[in-house]
Design a protein around this ligand. Structure first.
Ligand code: TDX
Length: 341
């Protein structure tokens, strides 16, 4: 029988990709999206989903206990998947408070309701940033699920706080939970404040490409659809209280990504501009995905060379989507964030 899945943060980057993935993969499921449409949530992202009778959208903040309770009582979800989060590290350095509210208190609100209403499953979408960073000169080191939590930024600390709370709810109340900690995602609907879309859009406008510090920081990039597939496998497996690292063994230095984008767009490397480094900038992230491979048979299908090509093509063919974003409040954000660098 078809399940009902509540997807919080479903108007954001990874959440919306998950909505589309699930509607396609499970045509008998009902997908209910909860999103309060902050700057990073965009209803035009869900335009096609909104035409699907199995999809429902509710504009709601996950911290709004009464609102979420009413919705949960009405739709009776089988699974709640929590993507809702403030996710941009640079913003967390300027305004940490909202990260604590949404990422920690919001998660707690959802779990309290799952407990009270006996919702059979809660899945928390987390990040590899909870493990802190790895040194560049130790390529043999990777994050495993037992790597100690060691967050660097207010963003990653808030995600780490939420993870600890999720595991505590499992141990204390036997709440049926799982957690996935994924490496950097890329693909369609990635908000233009993040590295890859920002560089694509600036390059298209022949604007400077602001590379933080020496540009040698390493991230482990995963095509967003592969992340969606991992979550789909986790939430359909019976093992509870488990944490899964999700990553594609695809480490790249920021500077190499930026050069690749310029090459693909036929633009000059003269656009690269080194700017002041991010405060507390994590050096390297690298995931060991052995557990999810062995237990659930997950593997990343999209090679970076293909994924980045698809992503650049997507931005070229969806200019209206990102133009609408960068023509609004984003301009003030950009001036504030990059003006002094
Ligand atoms: O203008 C920029 N210049 C630059 O050099 C920006 C926006 C970023 N960078 C660097 C900083 C990072 O080393 O690029 C790298 C990637 O930066 P982001 O896209 O901001 O991602 P990151 O900080 O790695 O965090 C991302 O991955 C983990 C997501 O934003 C998080 O939400 C996720 O948990």
């Amino acid at each position: 029988m078809g399940k009902t899945i509540v997807v919080t943060g479903g108007a954001g980057f990874i959440g919306s990709n998950f909505v589309y993935y699930m509607l396609d993969k499970h045509p008998d499921y009902k997908i209910v999206c909860v999103d309060c449409l902050t700057y990073a949530g965009n209803l035009s992202t869900l335009k096609t989903a909104l035409e699907n009778p199995n999809f429902r959208f509710e504009k709601l903040n996950i911290c709004d206990r009464a609102g979420v309770e009413k919705l949960f009582k009405e739709v009776k979800p089988d699974i709640v998947v929590n993507f809702a989060a403030e996710s941009h590290v640079d913003r967390s350095i300027k305004t940490p408070g909202i990260f604590v509210d949404t990422n920690i208190k919001g998660t707690q609100t959802l779990m309290d309701l799952c407990r009270e209403l006996e919702i059979p499953r809660f899945h928390q979408v987390s990040t590899d940033e909870v493990y802190g960073d790895l040194p560049l000169d130790r390529p043999d080191l990777f994050f495993t699920e037992s790597t100690p939590i060691h967050a660097s930024s207010p963003y990653s600390a808030s995600k780490a706080g939420a993870d600890l709370l999720v595991l505590a709810y499992h141990r204390t109340y036997q709440l049926p939970v799982t957690i996935s900690r994924c490496s950097n995602n890329y693909g369609p609907y990635h908000f233009p404040e993040k590295l890859i879309p920002l560089m694509i859009i600036n390059a298209l406008h022949d604007q400077p490409l602001p590379v933080y510090g020496d540009g040698l920081n390493v991230r482990d990039w995963l095509y967003v659809e592969d992340h969606c597939k991992a979550i789909d496998l986790i939430i359909h497996d019976d093992r509870l209280g488990e944490v899964y690292n999700v990553g594609g063994h695809n480490e790249m230095a920021n500077l190499d990504i930026v050069k690749l984008i310029l090459k693909k767009l036929g633009k000059s490397e003269d656009l690269i501009t080194f700017v002041a480094d991010r405060k507390g900038h994590d050096r390297r992230y690298a995931i060991d995905p052995t557990k999810i491979k062995q237990q659930l048979g997950w593997f990343p299908e999209t090679k970076f060379a293909d994924g980045i090509e698809k992503t650049i093509d997507w931005y070229l063919s969806h200019e209206a989507w990102w133009q609408e974003i960068i023509s609004g409040d984003y301009q003030n954000y950009y001036a504030k964030m990059y003006g002094g660098k």
